[in-house]
Design a protein around this ligand. Structure first.
Ligand code: HEC
Length: 171
């Protein structure tokens, strides 16, 4: 696991660079891509592999989110942000039994802002989909309605403050 975490930190730096105007994209929920500028250097919380989508995901958090995890807080504080980055997979050319991230497909996040997002228990959602050919991002969804599904599904984990991911131990 230690190696995996180490490999991940270099991968995040190479894999998630986006051009200046991508940061101006705004999701229908009013959340800008630029709000998470710098996330390339945030902490890794855990990885997930979605068997139905064949996608590898990294969940990373800002300081506030990670501190809450480490303290075992039941609720995330205001300003906590969790980002999910999804990649397609490929075999490592030198060692095909090892699969690794290939193409970065999207970046999405949730932020705790209770004043702004009262109706979804304080969480605001945003998703940005990357075109692998151009490397440019597009906003997911046309209206706030398209984002109702985010909170609806995250309700499955209402008891964990609507967050699926647990912090994985490193040692
Ligand atoms: C059908 C269920 C479902 C929907 C819809 C959904 N999510 Fe999630 N989300 C998950 C699951 C399951 C995880 C755990 C990680 C994984 O498997 O990818 C997750 C994880 C996340 C995380 C990391 C924090 C956490 O809860 O673990 C973020 C950020 C996130 N989703 C954002 C979004 C956004 C933004 C949308 C809407 C555009 C959305 N999700 C819609 C199921 C869903």
């Amino acid at each position: 696991m230690r190696n995996a975490v180490f490999a991940l930190s270099s991968l995040l730096i190479v894999g998630t660079v986006s051009s200046a105007d991508d940061w101006d994209l705004t999701a229908p929920t009013g959340l800008k891509f630029g709000l998470i500028k710098g996330y390339e250097n945030w902490h890794v919380v855990a990885t997930h592999y979605r068997t139905d989508k064949n996608e590898l995901r990294y969940i990373i958090g800002n300081d506030k989110a990670v501190e809450a995890y480490r303290k075992g807080m039941k609720k995330f504080p205001e300003g906590a942000i969790l980002v999910k980055i999804g990649y397609s997979l490929k075999k490592n050319p030198a060692f095909p039994k090892s699969v690794e991230p290939d193409v970065l497909q999207r970046v999405e996040y949730m932020i705790k802002d209770s004043k702004r997002f009262k109706e979804s228990a304080g969480w605001g959602f945003a998703r940005f989909v990357r075109d692998p050919k151009t490397g440019k991002y597009k906003v997911f969804g046309k209206s706030a309605k398209d984002y109702a599904q985010c909170f609806a599904c995250h309700k499955l984990v209402e008891k964990k403050d609507f967050v699926f991911t647990d912090y994985v131990r490193r040692k």
